[in-house]
Design a protein around this ligand. Structure first.
Ligand SMILES: *Cc1c(COP(=O)(O)O)cnc(C)c1O
Length: 421
């Protein structure tokens, strides 16, 4: 006999709250305390001066990131949103240039493009990894296209070799938004390090964090220096520094403080451990959920590793005979924290109405835009279908799942599935 589902008044499978994931331990507390006691909470100066590059902890954290990720330059910023803006600017993107980006991402990936009055063009995603589909990217290239922004979503790298090949063929720059994938491998290298510029978020919700923060990585000397300039009031510095290339040398204050960097140094030492814990929990979930009809579990492509920011599944409602909303409500009622939506960035009001800067359609209506870019529903059918009816995701950096927690999540799925199979 089937157990009565909680949604129908039956007993809830999970009747306690899971322990929250907390990556901050005593080492971080000690490191932050030392900085506070020193009195120097930030040493940046927005001028061509020895302190232009920041204080001791900024430099130490950047060295540690260089070593860890195996890159020539690591640049800390006060958020990964800031990092993405600095990256797009450093590549020399011009107003009206088009940058191809995934709609299945946090909104900031696309906004960073608009920040320079360039135009986001949304390409569709692959059903198995939720990352940019190289075929759709190629189909969206126009004479205005200057760059591709690949998102390593949910903890798994985009198909970066295929995207790099397209970029090379068409003379485009490649940016890697690896906010959710620090420590994920792609053919023996870290996700984020295989584009012209990549990087990671250090916000509170990610694998490791400094409250707010981000890290840019690149092997290119010129891009690195231009990002450091954008980070720290470029326009006030380029003259004295003798910079010749003034393109996009509009500066911001994107500087990360000494406390955050001291915390970041400790967090980075633990990244591998935190990633392994998420991988173990995901493996246990996969073992338990395998075989449920109409439920597709996360895919890990050959020569890749998954760091499971989100454990993402897809449903085939036609196979199971009930829709995603029912499954979602039934699981939620059993006490499983699961989401049925992610993002269709192209459908946000800003793109639907093409109102960003001011109220008259700038930058889309400006003379430098050579064509009308389409944001209508239908341009990214896979991403839209996933959000509308087939996606289900469990956030793996929200709770510190014990084996028992995972087993109860599995039990909840099996209980719900039993009612219709
Ligand atoms: C978190 C995130 C960002 C933004 O990072 P912040 O540090 O919060 O500014 C950008 N892109 C993706 C894919 C993210 O997950």
């Amino acid at each position: 006999m089937n157990q009565k589902l909680a949604i129908n008044g039956g007993e809830k499978t999970i009747n306690y709250t899971f322990k929250r994931y907390n990556s901050i331990e005593k080492e971080e507390v000690e490191a932050a305390k030392k900085v506070i006691e020193s009195g120097v909470l930030s040493q940046f100066l927005g001028a061509w001066h020895p302190d232009f590059y920041g204080g001791v902890k900024v430099k130490e954290f950047e060295e540690a990131c260089k070593w860890f990720f195996g890159v020539k330059h690591a640049i800390t910023v006060n958020s990964w949103t800031s990092g993405l803006i600095a990256a797009v600017g450093a590549l020399g993107i011009e107003p009206g240039d088009e940058v191809i980006v995934s709609p299945w991402t946090m909104c900031a990936s696309a906004t960073a493009i608009l920040n320079w009055n360039a135009i986001p063009v949304f390409a569709d995603i692959e059903r198995d990894t939720f990352n940019l589909d190289p075929k759709s990217v190629e189909a969206n290239i126009t004479p205005q296209t200057k760059a591709i922004m690949a998102i390593d979503i949910f903890g798994h790298s985009a198909d970066i070799d295929a995207l790099a090949e397209i970029a090379n063929k068409h003379g485009l720059k490649l940016i890697s938004d690896s906010a959710q994938s620090p420590g994920a491998y792609y053919k023996g290298k870290y996700a984020g390090t295989l584009a012209h510029i990549g990087g990671y978020s250090l916000n509170y919700h990610k694998h490791i964090h400094t409250g707010e923060g981000g890290i840019l990585v690149t092997d290119d000397d010129e891009y690195a220096e231009r990002m450091r300039l954008i980070r720290n009031h470029a326009e006030a510095v380029v003259g004295d520094k003798g910079e010749k290339n003034l393109t996009n040398m509009i500066g911001y204050n994107f500087r990360l403080g000494e406390i955050e960097c001291a915390i970041g140094i400790e967090q980075l030492k633990k990244l591998k451990r935190f990633v392994e814990t998420r991988q173990k929990a995901a493996a246990r979930l996969t073992d338990g959920l395998r075989g449920l009809p109409g439920l597709k579990l996360p895919v890990v492509k050959q020569d890749c590793s998954h760091v499971y920011y989100i454990y993402a599944m897809t449903l085939s409602p036609d196979v199971i005979g009930v829709d995603r909303d029912f499954i979602h409500s039934a699981l939620t009622a059993e006490g499983v924290s699961v989401s049925k939506k992610y993002q269709n960035v192209h459908l946000l009001p800003m793109y639907q109405n093409k109102i960003a800067y001011g109220s008259n359609g700038f930058p889309w209506t400006a003379d430098f835009c050579k064509r009308e870019v389409d944001y209508r529903k239908g341009i990214c059918p896979v991403a839209e279908e996933l959000n509308d009816s087939t996606y289900l995701g469990i956030q793996m950096c929200e709770y510190e799942f014990s084996d028992t927690d995972i087993d109860l999540i599995v039990e909840s799925f099996r209980k719900v599935w039993k009612t219709f199979s």
